[in-house]
Every structure is written in structure tokens, then in C-alpha cells.
Ligand binder design. Structure first.
Ligand SMILES: [Zn+2]
Length: 321
């Protein structure tokens, strides 16, 4: 099968080398980045009359961990990365934020890592500027779910001060209630308690946050798609303009090399593995049936493509945009 992601990877690293760019960061070797950043860190394309810009925030080159996928071995994970044209020595988890201009509004889908998740990410602000998007003019930010890589971009590092105080922040009512319930802290695993505390110290004090039930239209041409499991109130976003559509998966299907190719794989970050798998299969079947383009927060940059059935799983063909 034509594998565009491999070609993109080779082209971008090759170009970086040709231009004499050193993609490795000047930080300790433990954090040295092996993947070259995209030569052009933003890509704009049209969905009907809507303008979509994919903006690169960075990458997490996640060390292999036998607990990452509970029903696959590290060797299985390595083989899946190679099959997708990616290096086997770590799991490539890029972060890509989508900005949609439609109906006179500028809508951002999630907020990036805010430079607070991985030392190799946090480039959203610089790359947004390069794309000519003024953060002060973002009208709406849609929150897919409350994991750090999706919401820490909303808040400054030490002060928790809002980064986008003038934007309306839209979140599913289920997700909001789950994380802001004081009793949830006792129920969460140790590694998630700090996250819940930070959410409880911020979200309830923010006056620009709107909770939305079900699959309501949340911005011009965009509606929430109920896709729980990764977190209890996880939402994908569906953009429609004329006869064109884009399914913004976010973490319904996160790393395509793993959970698109193997939808049955149970990731450690899926809070409810069975429910996450059901949501994932439903979303992937839907974009196949509707012949809809899909993009995802952790897809290989710029992230848009088409899904096909591939044996027992699915395959993403990344599109040139
Ligand atoms: Zn994520």
C-alpha cells in the first residue's frame, strides 16, 4: 500500500539535512529529538469554503514501555511503527492543533501542550504566528478532553493564567463534570491526581467556559461527536461545509500506526479500553461510509487523510494537502 507518511518523513528529514538544519534540540541527550520538525510547520487546506490550518506543536518520542499497550508486546509495537514507515526505537506521538476559519469565526481545536508536557513540544505559539494567525483573534476553542497535551496550552505554567481569556472555551458537559468533581481525585490513579487538581483550580474560575451536551453544533459548521472511552466525555469534532466534510478525531483514534492499524489494542491512556475501542471503530467505520477526510491530534503531521479497511484493522493514507 502506498505509504505517504514514510515519504513525508524521508522528504522532511532530507530537506532539513540539505538546508543544514539541525533538528536536534540543544538540551540534554536524554531529550535530544531524533525526528526532524516539519520544514513548514503549518499547512492550510480547504474543506468546502472552510479554511483549515494544521499547526505543529511538537512531538513526544515516547520510550517503549510494556505497559503502554496492554494486549500487545513491545515487539508488536515496534513492528507496527516500522509498518507505518516510522522509526522503531520509540513511539512517535506528534501534537498538531487544527485552526478552522469558517462563517466569519476562527475556531481552534484543542490548545497544544503549552510547553508543559514534553521538552520537544511547545511550538504552537511560534508556529501559529508563522501561519499568520493572531491568538487574540481566536473566537472559540473546542476541548476534546482534559489530558495535559490537549489543555495545558490554555493555561500559563506557574500562574495558571488563561492564555486565551477572550475566547469561548467549549467542552462536553460529561468531561467537565468528571474532572471538576472533587470526589474524582480519590478515584483517579496517582498519575492523574495532579491533573484533576489543576483543572479544579482553574476551570471553575473561568467565566468563558461553556459546557455542551451531546452532539450540538458548537461553532459554524462544527458539531461535537460523542466518542467516550479515552476519557468519559471525549468528543471528536465534525466539520461540514457544502458537501465537504472533515472528521477531527483528536484522541478517538490517536496514533494511527497503533490503534488505527490495530483498533483492538488497549492503550494505557484509554481510561475505558472497551469503550474507547467501540468509539474508535464507530468513528473509523463512519468516515469510510461517508468517504470523509479525517485528521487527528497525534496523526503524522499535517495529519489529514483517508481511512480504508485493511484486514482486521484499518489503514490511514495521508493526503498531500
Ligand atoms: Zn492526546
Amino acid at each position: 500500500m502506498l505509504n505517504m507518511s514514510r515519504r513525508d518523513f524521508v522528504v522532511s528529514t532530507g530537506l532539513a539535512a540539505a538546508l543544514g538544519l539541525n533538528a536536534r534540540l540543544a538540551v540534554s541527550p536524554a531529550f535530544a529529538q531524533k525526528t526532524a520538525d516539519p520544514v513548514k510547520p503549518f499547512v492550510t487546506y480547504k474543506v468546502g469554503s472552510a479554511e483549515v490550518t494544521a499547526i505543529y506543536d511538537g512531538i513526544w518520542e515516547k520510550a517503549h514501555d510494556p505497559a503502554f499497550i496492554s494486549n500487545a508486546s513491545v515487539d508488536d509495537v515496534k513492528a507496527a511503527m516500522v509498518k507505518a514507515g516510522l522509526p522503531p526505537d520509540f513511539v512517535s506521538i506528534p501534537f498538531t492543533v487544527i485552526v478552522v476559519k469558517n462563517g466569519g469565526k476562527t475556531i481552534m481545536c484543542d490548545s497544544g501542550t503549552g510547553g508543559q508536557v514534553q521538552p520537544t513540544a511547545g511550538k504552537l505559539a511560534a508556529n501559529m504566528k508563522a501561519a499568520g494567525i493572531d491568538p487574540a483573534k481566536i473566537d472559540t476553542i473546542l476541548v476534546s478532553h482534559c489530558h495535559p497535551d490537549h489543555i495545558f496550552g490554555l493555561m500559563e505554567k506557574e500562574s495558571n493564567k488563561q492564555v486565551y481569556p477572550n475566547a469561548e472555551l467549549v467542552i462536553s458537559d460529561v468531561e467537565y463534570k468528571f474532572w471538576t468533581d472533587p470526589a474524582v481525585i480519590d478515584r483517579l490513579p496517582e498519575a492523574r491526581k495532579g491533573l484533576a487538581r489543576r483543572i479544579q483550580a482553574t476551570f471553575p474560575t473561568w467565566k468563558n467556559m461553556r459546557q455542551v451536551a451531546g452532539e450540538a453544533e458548537v461553532a459554524p459548521g462544527i458539531r461535537f461527536v460523542v466518542s467516550p472511552g479515552h476519557t468519559p466525555g471525549h468528543r471528536a469534532f465534525h466539520l461540514a461545509s457544502g458537501s465537504s466534510q472533515l472528521m477531527i478525531s483528536n484522541d478517538t483514534a490517536y496514533v494511527p500506526a497503533l490503534v488505527v492499524a490495530h483498533p483492538e489494542w488497549r492503550g494505557a491512556y484509554d481510561q475505558d479500553g472497551a469503550m474507547a475501542e467501540a468509539s474508535r471503530r464507530k468513528l473509523l467505520d463512519q468516515v469510510i461510509a461517508d468517504k470523509t477526510m479525517i485528521c487527528g491530534y497525534h496523526f503524522p503531521f499535517p495529519g489529514a487523510g483517508m481511512i480504508q479497511k485493511d484486514g482486521a484493522g484499518y489503514a490511514l493514507t495521508s493526503m498531500k494537502t
